[in-house]
Ligand binder design. Structure first.
Ligand code: PLP
Length: 395
């Protein structure tokens, strides 16, 4: 059976055949180059959603495309019955870039979180002092598996999936509530350095330092979810670096694959040794093509100075957004190029108005516009985005 690839037919088929988990834009994506995304009708959009923080290098960066093609010609899949150079090289690179020294590769952020939660429980089991409870924050987002859902602090993502893992949810940035929730029964605390999906709320340095201290006092493990903050977006390689803390476990994904499915759980060898052969695994995790894309992406971020670029362009763009001539803008917050624009009213109509004008941005809750530009967006593109957003706000 053949189908016709025009927008109306595809949208109709999507409606009948796709599980209705997504409220999607009216257009169908065709192709992209850098910060530009094109739909099937040939309309161009300036993509400041960045595939929800995935496209740190924009769309189809030539270095990433080359790496993917070369690897695909060599070998596409090996299984984890043997390793391959890309797997080892990507682990090595992540060890160089983070506070960890032991890496497990996954296909997504949720799977990285799942590995982290399993590691935490297994670590305490292995020591003969079992702990199964977790502490996380209200309004957080950590992914879609049952484990990740358990530590996600938003009702709409949890509802109907119980029973979930025993997790205490505490208000974000509340030091006393967090200190009170952590004791010797808690396997791990899970925290985003900046709540992304929940509306771009930056954890204070004092908060992250207090969590770290309380975790040390109680031997509780600290899992920092860098899935959205990682890869340079905040103006440092990883969000935790801003606060001078050393997490026990990091979860990474999104940007580090340059658009291919790459996730990672990074920890220390002394903790991961409880993951003995057979105790955890993934068929596709560390796939050669994904690893090649990941390595190329991290190399471009490093060699083109995009972490520094995220810091400087982010500061400039945030400053500019603070001067938006609209009384609807309540607050502009974030770090680097992870930016939230909080409005006095609903954000959805502004997102839609921006799209109609050719700018793609996303939401972070009902009143927050989430802006996640490619780290290599040009000054001209930032200017264009600003003009389109200002116009959308006055619509
Ligand atoms: C996107 C996201 C996840 C989930 O990642 P998936 O790849 O969608 O499974 C987890 N944590 C945070 C902070 C995220 O932004």
């Amino acid at each position: 059976m053949s189908i016709s690839f025009d927008t109306a037919s595809l949208k109709r088929l999507a409606e009948s055949h796709m599980v209705p988990t997504y409220a999607q834009a009216p257009f169908v994506a065709s192709h992209g180059r850098g910060s530009d995304l094109y739909d099937l009708e040939g309309n161009r959009y300036l993509d400041f959603t960045g595939g929800i923080a995935v496209n740190a290098l924009g769309h189809s960066h030539p270095r990433v495309v080359d790496a993917i093609c070369q690897q695909a010609h060599k070998i596409i899949h090996t299984s984890n019955l043997h390793t391959h150079p890309g797997y080892v090289a990507l682990c090595h690179r992540l060890v160089e870039l983070t506070c960890g020294d032991s890496v497990f590769l996954t296909n997504s952020g949720s799977e990285a979180m799942e590995a982290a939660l399993k590691l935490a429980r297994r670590h305490f089991h292995h020591r003969g002092t079992p702990r199964e409870r977790f502490v996380a924050t209200e309004n957080s987002f950590h992914g879609r598996t049952l484990g990740a859902t358990s530590v996600t602090g938003q009702t709409s993502y949890r509802e109907g999936y119980g029973p979930l893992f025993d997790t205490r949810l505490v208000p974000f940035n509340d030091i006393e509530a967090m200190r009170g929730a952590i004791d010797e029964t808690v396997a791990a605390v899970v925290i985003e350095p900046i709540q992304g999906n929940g509306g771009i709320h930056v954890a204070t340095d004092a908060y992250l330092q207090a969590i770290t201290e309380r975790c040390r006092e109680t031997s509780t493990l600290l899992i920092v979810d860098e899935v959205q903050t990682g890869g340079g977006r905040t103006g440092r390689w990883w969000g935790y670096e801003h606060s001078g803390i050393t997490p026990d476990i990091l979860t990474l994904a999104k940007a580090i694959g340059g658009g291919m499915p790459v996730g990672a759980m990074v920890s220390r060898r002394e903790l991961t040794e409880c993951f003995t052969p057979g105790s955890h695994g993934s068929t596709f995790g560390g796939n050669p093509v994904s690893c090649a894309a990941g390595l190329a992406t991290l190399e471009v971020i490093a060699t083109e100075g995009l972490v520094e670029r995220a810091a400087s362009a982010g500061a400039a763009f945030q400053e500019k957004l603070r001067a938006l001539p609209s009384s609807r803008v309540v607050e502009v917050r974030g770090r680097g190029l992870m930016i939230g624009v909080a409005l006095s009213d609903a954000a959805k109509p502004v997102r839609d108005a921006a799209r109609e004008r050719g700018l793609l941005i996303t939401l972070g809750g009902p009143n927050v516009l989430r802006v996640l530009p490619p780290l290599n967006a040009t000054d001209a593109e930032f200017d264009e985005a600003f003009a389109l957003l200002a116009d959308a706000l006055s619509a």
